[in-house]
Write a protein that binds this ligand. Structure first.
Ligand SMILES: Nc1ncnc2c1ncn2[C@@H]1O[C@H](COP(=O)(O)OP(=O)(O)O)[C@@H](O)[C@H]1O
Ligand SMILES: [Mg+2]
Length: 328
């Protein structure tokens, strides 16, 4: 078996999520699966009427892989999506598919899809400048969470304690609004500095960890120094995570779950979840789980059990329904 891992960067020491790529390579090697790490921007994307396989990469040609795993997450650009769609249309199994990767790269679209499926989310408003602060106060109240539409590892997420602080930040963001889009979100106080990351693979929870900030920060991301503890998620939480992955069409999903007064709210979904923290907290090999799922997906379907009708010899059927028999 041969697969491609799409990654936007070099697998170098200082690159976030390069350790995940190295884990995939290591496990692939052990299992005899050839995995190539490819940068989407090094493809030449040629769309033509020719039907045969063609993949131009870094000045050479690549043979058809058995599967592709995009690991570009929220950094998925238009070019990357176009590359993913190209190979998806050529019939290569994509784990996750273009539609799912696109939906998760945009936090608002993720929430729109989750709410359309009736799943609980924090109330969220797409930023418009100048900001109507009264509207924000009325709809979301303070404190309020401000997020970059495409953030990751907690870097583009801040908490504004009150109206004054929000007012200041809103005018600063207004100046930068041409560079980036923002959302304003209801602050879920019960989840301050604590949430649960669930890894869902092929519709099952593969592992889950509670993450806690050690500094009092409201964000619990491991990349910001949070600690992870393996948990067996309550049934309702697991159900919500599985439903979320399903509604976003994610084969592999990292679902962040916030604690709420009445239950849980889904904070976000990652199409290429980091898992080094999860592997430290839980006894799980994520690349093995993913490659098990890939192998199951690629296995040709077992022939359906032959029905009783197909077991009756053709001649006998004819005889039974022959006019002679009917006459008799
Ligand atoms: N609405 C919210 N209420 C309370 N805490 C939140 C809320 N949104 C995010 N957080 C905290 O901030 C962290 C980062 O937010 P998230 O939306 O997951 O961004 P990122 O993609 O950068 O990880 C979450 O893991 C959670 O701990
Ligand atoms: Mg997150």
């Amino acid at each position: 078996m041969r697969g491609w891992l799409l990654f936007h960067n070099d697998v170098a020491d200082d690159v976030p999520e390069a350790p995940e790529m190295r884990r995939f390579m290591e496990v692939g090697k052990r299992r005899g699966i050839k995995l190539d790490v490819l940068r989407p921007r090094d493809f030449e994307l040629i769309v033509s009427t020719e039907r045969e396989w063609r993949a131009e990469y870094a000045g050479g040609k690549l043979p058809r892989p058995d599967f592709i795993i995009p690991r570009t997450g929220s950094e998925t650009s238009y070019f990357t999506l176009a590359v993913i769609r190209q190979f998806e249309r050529m019939g290569v199994p994509l784990i996750n598919g273009a539609e799912a990767v696109e939906a998760c790269a945009d936090k608002l679209q993720t929430l729109q899809l989750l709410s359309a499926s009736g799943l609980p989310i924090p109330r969220t408003i797409l930023a418009k400048f100048p900001v109507d602060v009264d509207l924000i106060e009325r709809e979301l109240g303070f404190p309020v969470v401000v997020k970059k539409l495409r953030s990751t590892r907690g870097a583009g997420v801040v908490l504004c304690q009150d109206r004054d602080q929000f007012d200041d930040l809103a005018s600063l963001l207004g100046e930068a609004a041409h560079q980036s889009d923002f959302i304003f979100q209801q602050y879920i106080a019960k989840s301050h500095g604590r949430d649960v990351r669930l890894l869902v693979i092929g519709g099952l929870v593969a592992a889950a960890m509670e993450r806690r900030s050690l500094t009092g920060n409201f964000k619990s991301n491991i990349s910001l120094g949070g600690i992870g503890e393996c948990v067996d998620p309550p049934e309702e939480m697991a159900r919500l995570a599985i439903e979320a992955a399903k509604s976003l069409r994610l084969d592999i999903a990292g679902i962040d779950m916030l604690y709420d007064e009445k239950g849980y709210r889904i904070c976000e979904a990652n199409s290429a979840p980091g898992f080094v923290g999860l592997e430290k907290a839980c006894p799980v090999s994520v690349p093995d789980k993913v490659l098990d799922y890939v192998a199951a997906r690629l296995k040709p379907p077992t022939p359906a059990r032959r029905s009783i009708w197909s077991r009756i010899p053709f001649g006998r059927m004819r005889k039974e329904t022959s006019p002679e028999k009917e006459k008799a």
